[in-house]
Design a binder for this molecule. Structure first.
Ligand SMILES: NCCC[C@H](NC(=O)CCC(=O)O)C(=O)O
Ligand SMILES: NC(=O)OP(=O)(O)O
Length: 317
């Protein structure tokens, strides 16, 4: 594996999940792998879980990790080819990335979408520029369109909680929010679910919130949340802004918030969310504080997913 940007960088999802589970049992078994290697974690946006779990994963593998809040502490980066840099940007990615590539053996980047221009965001300009100019493996810590470390964690968490021979019914449901949020987590979860293929995967959202079909492929899509929740084994809750009329909040119907009553429709489903979560807007206290919630387990599993990805890359260096 050269880079980790999407599910397509993984040869076999189940093998990667198995490796993550192995690290959960034996965190320090590969301490030697990262000896004398350094990883750079570059953040253009805030983070709690991704930042700390990736740092811990690197440490478990014996690697030194340096975190750089590049949006606050670095020079403003320019990404446009041929830009005349008379504005606020100070340093072109063509100049910055090769230097970061000399300092680090692996570079990890968080760069959310601006949600202003669909073409700019969906071209994954930032990730692609780092891959083009840094000359070292690049790991996405959530890009403009995807969040693969989260999705690997989510598959791992589902597998850990499913012990029947049949496929679980997994429902991704849109939830209300006060802000326009990226489609990343929903795109990525859809991409991993459809690629993995070991779940009956259903997406429920209000009419205006259709996702990019590139990621939803074989999923069943409905605008009726109640219908989707029938007999669900896992319910993944997430808000996203509109994709087609890009980055907007249209209907924000509070009745889409998952409640204990709605959960009665399911097959005693476990509830998932990537966090951070707006309590009593996206998800009710009664669910988050109940045994149905897997959100803490998911967040804990971020370490093992990151460790599996980093060790797979380290083995190629
Ligand atoms: N890394 C996981 C989610 C990150 C981001 N959420 C947020 O920005 C929440 C912000 C807020 O609630 O104000 C998202 O949805 O992609
Ligand atoms: N789920 C997740 O990526 O959390 P952070 O944004 O806190 O890293």
């Amino acid at each position: 594996m050269k880079h980790f940007i999407s599910v397509h960088d993984v040869t076999n999802v189940n093998d990667m999940v198995q490796l993550a589970m192995h690290y959960k049992q034996h965190p320090f078994i590969d301490q030697h792998l990262g000896a004398n290697k350094r990883i750079g974690l570059l953040f253009l946006n805030p983070s709690l879980r991704t930042r700390l779990s990736t740092q811990i994963a690197a440490s478990n593998l014996g690697m030194e990790a340096i975190v750089f809040n590049i949006d606050k502490d670095g020079w403003a980066l320019e990404f446009e080819e041929g830009a005349i840099m008379s504005g606020h940007t100070v340093e072109h990615i063509k100049d910055a990335a090769p230097i970061l590539g000399q300092y680090f053996d692996i570079l990890c980047i968080r760069a959310f979408p601006a949600l202003q221009n669909k073409q700019d965001d969906y071209s994954e300009q930032v990730m692609k520029a780092f891959m083009q100019y840094a000359a070292v493996p690049i790991v996405s810590l959530e890009s403009a369109t995807l969040h693969p470390l989260q999705s690997l964690t989510d598959v791992l968490t589902i597998k850990e909680h499913w012990h029947k021979p049949t496929k679980p019914k997994v429902v991704l449901t849109w939830a209300p929010h006060i802000k326009a949020l990226p489609q990343c987590v929903a795109n990525s979860f859809s991409q991993w679910m459809t690629h993995w293929g070991e779940a009956e995967f259903v997406i429920a959202h209000p009419e205006d919130y259709a996702l990019d079909a590139t990621f939803t492929k074989s999923a069943t899509i409905t605008h009726h949340q109640d219908e989707a929740l029938q007999n669900a084994d896992f319910v993944y809750v997430k808000n996203w802004s509109t994709y087609h009329d890009y980055g907007k909040i249209y209907s924000n119907d509070p009745s889409w918030m998952l409640t204990e009553q709605k959960l009665q429709l399911t097959n005693q489903a476990k509830v998932m969310h990537c966090l951070p979560v707006r309590r009593n807007i996206e998800l009710s206290d009664e669910i988050l504080d109940s045994n149905a919630s897997l959100v803490n387990t998911q967040a804990g599993n971020r370490v093992w997913a990151a460790q599996a990805v980093l060790s797979t890359i380290l083995k190629t260096l």
